[in-house]
Design a protein around this ligand. Structure first.
Ligand code: RP5
Length: 164
């Protein structure tokens, strides 16, 4: 489900292998009725695709970019270098270092080029989507209401007494 035909969130990832993680963020965007596009854009393997994507993102109507990558995860930072849109980085869990390499690669940006860095893996992908929703809700009251509804439902779903 997309609230509008024009995507406002761009979800990019360095590899097909990142989709297993990033799809959770896309599902969260869909649940909130946010139009998005998902693309494979690699900082290392397709550098020109990345430059084109990030440089044209604002004029194409995107408001927020979510970038997921693993290992030497330069995608979010290089994307942020090409655009002044908000960029949220999702460290994908790597096989060898469990995503700690991804996290440190994304979070340690030099002053002047920000990337909002989320948690490693699925939680990070979901929270990146929720953070994007928060940003978009600043100028969209209907989305703000849906976001509040999501939070309320989540709160009510937490049992007070453990079972089992
Ligand atoms: C990164 O390298 C990607 O973001 C991915 O997380 C990691 C491994 O990529 P593949 O070798 O699975 O394509 O660029």
């Amino acid at each position: 489900m997309n609230a509008s035909p024009m995507p406002t969130v761009g979800v990019i990832m360095g590899s097909q292998s990142d989709w297993e993680t990033m799809k959770h963020g896309c599902e969260q965007l869909e649940a909130l009725g946010i139009a998005y596009e998902a693309r494979i854009v690699s900082a290392h393997r397709t550098p020109d695709r990345l430059a084109d994507y990030a440089k044209t993102a604002r004029e194409r109507g995107l408001k927020v970019i979510i970038a997921g990558a693993g290992g030497a995860a330069h995608l979010p930072g290089m994307c942020a270098a090409w655009t002044t849109l908000p960029v949220f980085g999702v460290p994908v869990e790597s096989r060898t270092l469990k995503g700690q390499d991804s996290l440190l690669s994304i979070v340690q940006m030099p002053a002047g080029v920000p990337v909002g860095t989320l948690a490693i893996g699925k939680a990070g992908a979901i929270n990146a989507a929720l953070l994007a929703a928060s940003v978009l809700s600043l100028s969209n009251d209907e989305l703000a209401a849906r976001l509040k509804g999501f939070r309320d439902k989540q709160t009510h779903s937490v049992a007070e007494v453990p079972v089992g």
